[in-house]
Design a protein around this ligand. Sequence first.
Ligand code: SF4
Ligand code: SF4
Length: 379
Amino acid sequence: MKNFVTSKKDPKIKVSSILTEYLLPNKVYLTVSKEDQLLIKNKKINKGASLYEHKNKIVYSPISGNITKIVKRIDYKGEEKTYLEILNDFKEEDLYVGSEGTTTIMVHDVKKLLEKNKIIQSFHLENKKILLLNTIEDEPYVANNYFLFKNHKDEILLFLDTLASIYQITNIKIAVKEQESEIIEILEQVLETYPNIELQILPDIFLLQNDFFLKKYLKLKEEAYLFYPDEILELYYDIVKMRKKDFIYITLTGDAIKNPQVVKVKKGTELKELLSLIKIEEEYDIIVNHLLHHKKRSLDKIILSEEISVIYFMKKETKERKPCIHCGKCNFICPISCKPYQSVITNGKYKNKDCLSCGLCTFICPSNIDMESYLKKEE
Ligand code: SF4
Ligand code: SF4
């Protein structure tokens, strides 16, 4: 990695300390493709019904209701996707064996469940020496992991510890940025119960959320396996609770929003449904996930999924695009030397497949050139 960049917070954008639940959407939309074989015969389905296999994973319904239609949409990345639309009947009838409340389970029982579970075997944890939980958020306004730990720290830590014990991994680390004092506080209290888990407190360096950079920064190689907290919680739900984790945490913030908040929402909910929760008094643009990208998205196109961690509602501003002044700043800032300047001057003919879409080059460009349109331009 060429150079490390620290992120600077915009004081006009607030970090939320409020959590709102929105777990009864009117409809949900789940990605489906032509190759997926439907596993159900009826249109009427229960919560937790296995619907089809998509990219080697079974897709479960997060609500009870009726399958209404297949729709095509351009998603938030600008890609055409096909979705299965399910209309909520609000009966919440489910097929789960496990209960919704707290699950009390002995560690040796978890071990037995893990040993016969195929999902966990697919992680290939044999021969690993370090388990690293990556809690880092590069965007400084995102508070999803704070609420995830506030509400699920016991499940996450128990599961991490049990995984390590089954695979005889003695070194467990949790990577957290020094700015995340609230997460550190939550973890420090509970880590007394887990003396084998160590906090790895890191400086505020941009891109450490990315596994590749985090490993590089910590000088870790193949001996380490990285998990995200949400991934561990999902496994806990699958294996211990015997229910599907059908919710996600998403931050809604930006300088146009009066009441920024984190929303616990059902996977597949349309962003439009959440507008009743927020107060916006100005005309706004929507930016998904990375503020540095400045890429505006349309409200109608946003279906909330695990791929989305934050939605920014930003006051409308018109940044005029000017010609490239050949300053070279974009090349200089790129952390992996992708040469975005070459992409601009060749009108997108030069591409570097390693580009991380981190947005730093767009952010730094004094001519307001949207690099992504060149870096990802079709031939
Ligand atoms: S978006 Fe790609 S080219 Fe631009 S700085 Fe990031 S990695 Fe480099
Ligand atoms: S930062 Fe912008 S203006 Fe400067 S070389 Fe790159 S594309 Fe051109």
